[in-house]
Design a protein around this ligand. Structure first.
Ligand code: COA
Length: 331
């Protein structure tokens, strides 16, 4: 069984920069509140004419270019998103078409902020089993179209941004690659971070005016509960990835966490007894881009020269579901 390795990376964010000061003009919030609670200074918002698949396309092309693969080479597409272009089919179908790929397997995974690591894990299993040799793995969102951008939705509106990140994974013929992946879910507390409608559950279809008036067709978050769970699950799943591979924190060059909130990363660093320079952060520029945050961060960390051949890194995610996940990688 050959493991897979990441051979290409790329990301794309919308042009429109939204500063904290811009948010102050449309809701009751402040730059001080946002920065002190999250570390976010600005984020990108997709304009009306940009769909999730457009960002996914830009990110994918860059990852393909870095890997030196052409459309014919790709034999699997997996997209993680919570804001698909259409109710169905998934973004992966639009991406298959826009990239002129062969009629290969293409599907979406809806695991919120953990989606990219979930997608990477599934892609890795396809490659390990010999079902695929070159897979395109994407996390992409234009979720700010879904959020309530008034004072009612401010706890969420200030934290989230749009973007896409992509990775090409291919069969590894040496000792580098994805060493292991670890996926988890606990659905019982899903109501702490969710968007109820439009959905098939009673009362939350698109025609329910009361549900719309009550804000049930926009994301809802119980911030404190999410925070409490995140600071427990991140260290747990990072430790799981190290234990599985006989690694200790001294062996890990960099942790690339889902960019949920800088305060969460600081709490994780404290719990794990490491300095913040071991935990990558670019949340100040993009906010929380859910499924896209890890591939965007991974691409930037690589481009900044923070990851070199032979380094061990860990990707770690936590988000709605709750879902949480990690991947141990030898670069
Ligand atoms: N601007 C100003 N005030 C805001 C605000 C905003 N954007 N959003 C909420 N508030 C207000 C609330 O209404 C509340 O006011 P009240 O006390 O009068 O009721 C107050 O701020 C809450 O502040 P605080 O007690 O400091 O909240 P907090 O310390 O729990 O921080 C979060 C709030 C959301 C930043 C924090 O809970 C958090 O980071 N949670 C995790 C979020 C996350 O990462 N989610 C994604 C996971 S994938």
């Amino acid at each position: 069984m050959h493991k897979s390795k990441i051979t290409g990376l790329g990301f794309e964010v919308p042009e429109k920069v939204v500063l904290n000061a811009d948010l102050e003009k449309i809701m009751d919030t402040s730059d001080e509140w946002i920065q002190s609670r999250s570390g976010i200074k600005e984020r990108r918002w997709a304009s009306e004419d940009i769909a999730t698949s457009d960002l996914a396309l830009g990110a994918s092309k860059k990852a393909m270019e870095m890997a030196g693969v052409s459309p014919e080479d790709i034999d699997l597409v997996i997209v993680g998103t919570l804001s698909s272009d259409y109710f169905f089919p998934g973004v992966s179908a639009q991406l298959q078409d826009k990239l002129n790929l062969r009629n290969v397997a293409a599907f979406d995974i809806k695991a919120a902020c953990s989606a990219f690591v979930y997608c990477l894990s599934v892609g890795d299993q396809f490659i390990r089993s010999g079902m695929a040799e070159t897979a395109l793995i994407v996390g992409a969102v234009t979720q700010t179209k879904l959020i309530d951008k008034t004072t009612r939705g401010r706890d969420i509106a200030v934290l989230f941004g749009d973007g896409a990140g992509a990775a090409i994974i291919q069969t590894s013929n040496d000792d580098s690659g994805i060493l292991s992946t670890h996926l988890h879910c606990e659905g019982k507390d899903m109501r702490n971070l969710w968007m109820e409608g439009p959905g098939s559950a009673p009362g939350v279809w698109i025609n329910n005016k009361q549900a719309i008036a009550d804000g049930r067709l926009s994301p809802f978050m119980n911030g404190r509960e999410v925070f409490r769970n995140a600071v427990t699950r991140f260290p747990e799943v990072i430790q799981e990835a190290m234990d599985e591979n006989g690694l200790t924190m001294d062996d890990i060059k960099l942790i690339i966490p889902h960019q949920a909130n800088n305060r969460i990363s600081q709490a994780v660093a404290k719990r794990m007894g490491i300095d913040m320079d071991r935990i990558y952060s670019n949340i100040h520029k993009y906010g929380n881009t859910t499924a896209a945050s890890i591939p965007i961060a991974l691409t930037e960390a690589f481009q900044e020269g923070k990851i070199k051949k032979g380094d061990h890194i860990i990707l770690a995610a936590f988000g709605a579901g709750y879902t949480w996940a990690s991947a141990a990688i030898r670069w």
